[in-house]
Ligand binder design. Structure first.
Ligand code: HEM
Length: 248
């Protein structure tokens, strides 16, 4: 059996009230819409517009706009995933409880597989060398990485008692876990330094370090990849209760 957290969740899940579940689901939906809404705003609106601005205008606008948008972006991402994981744990522990099985593998394999998938994605994005500096090539390689992770998750959780909800969220939520690591592990770490440098440039004329261009490109590529990954993520979120693709 897993940690005290899972033990505590195992206590609530079988009998957890519908009220508890709808409150967690509601928080998940509100935070999820905020997160994905801002991701689409960055990818489809603010990044292209920032590129068209001259350096002086960008230096005046970007720090205020990005620091506020990234605050809502990173905290809504965290709340979405925490609420999603809490909800999913209820599903996993209820399935395991009904089968008198342990939820351990379903939970640990989730974090292991999807954190490794993030590490591979990170390793692909950071060099920015040769074909790995091409957005399309990167997109294809990350799609293969995510498909392989999804396949492995179902492969290791196929003991007959795992429900469609458990497996669909095991994939969709896994992508969500990767996106959360993208936000806090890559995008925010880069953008907070870019905001500081841009503010110092606008206020004191301090030159922005040369490496900033490379970092901005890494953050841009990770945002674009994340935006594309929301498509399979939302498919699996909806499929959990509405499309029995895993036949259970
Ligand atoms: C970008 C991140 C995410 C967004 C936008 C998102 C969005 C959604 C939406 C819209 C639903 C409702 C689907 C429906 O009722 O048809 C849903 C359900 C759900 N999500 Fe997420 N989600 C995200 C990440 C996650 C993560 C990381 C997890 C946890 C591992 C998770 C777990 C769940 C669970 C358990 C459900 C309920 C599934 C069911 O009805 O059986 N979500 N999510």
């Amino acid at each position: 059996m897993a940690s005290p957290l899972f033990a505590a969740l195992a206590q609530v899940s079988p009998g957890s009230t519908a009220t508890t579940q709808i409150i967690i689901r509601w928080i998940h939906l509100v935070a999820g819409i905020t997160w994905i809404g801002l991701l689409y705003f960055f990818t489809l609106v603010s990044n292209p517009v920032m590129k068209q601005m001259d350096a002086a205008t960008r230096a005046r606008v970007a720090p205020a706009l990005l620091s506020r948008a990234l605050w809502w972006f990173r905290w809504s991402a965290l709340i979405t995933v925490l609420a999603g994981i809490a909800y999913w744990m209820m599903i996993v522990t209820a399935d395991a409880h009904n089968a008198q099985a342990s939820p351990g593998v379903a939970i640990w394999s989730f974090f292991l597989i999807w954190t490794v998938a993030f590490a591979i994605e990170n390793g692909l994005v950071m060099p920015l060398k040769g074909p790995l500096n091409n957005g399309f090539v990167l997109g294809v390689l990350v799609a293969i990485d995510v498909a392989a992770a999804g396949y492995l998750y179902v492969h290791f959780n196929n003991r007959g008692w795992e429900s469609n909800r458990l497996l669909a969220i095991g994939i969709g939520g896994g992508i969500g876990w990767m996106l959360l690591l993208n936000v806090w592990g890559i995008v925010w770490r880069i953008q907070k330094r870019i905001i500081l440098w841009t503010r110092a440039f606008a206020e004191q004329g301090t030159p922005i370090p040369e490496k900033a261009q490379r970092m901005i490109r890494q953050a841009l590529l990770v945002s674009q990849i994340s935006a594309w990954l929301t498509l399979p993520l939302l498919f699996f979120m909806g499929a959990a209760s509405h499309f029995p693709m895993f036949g259970k």
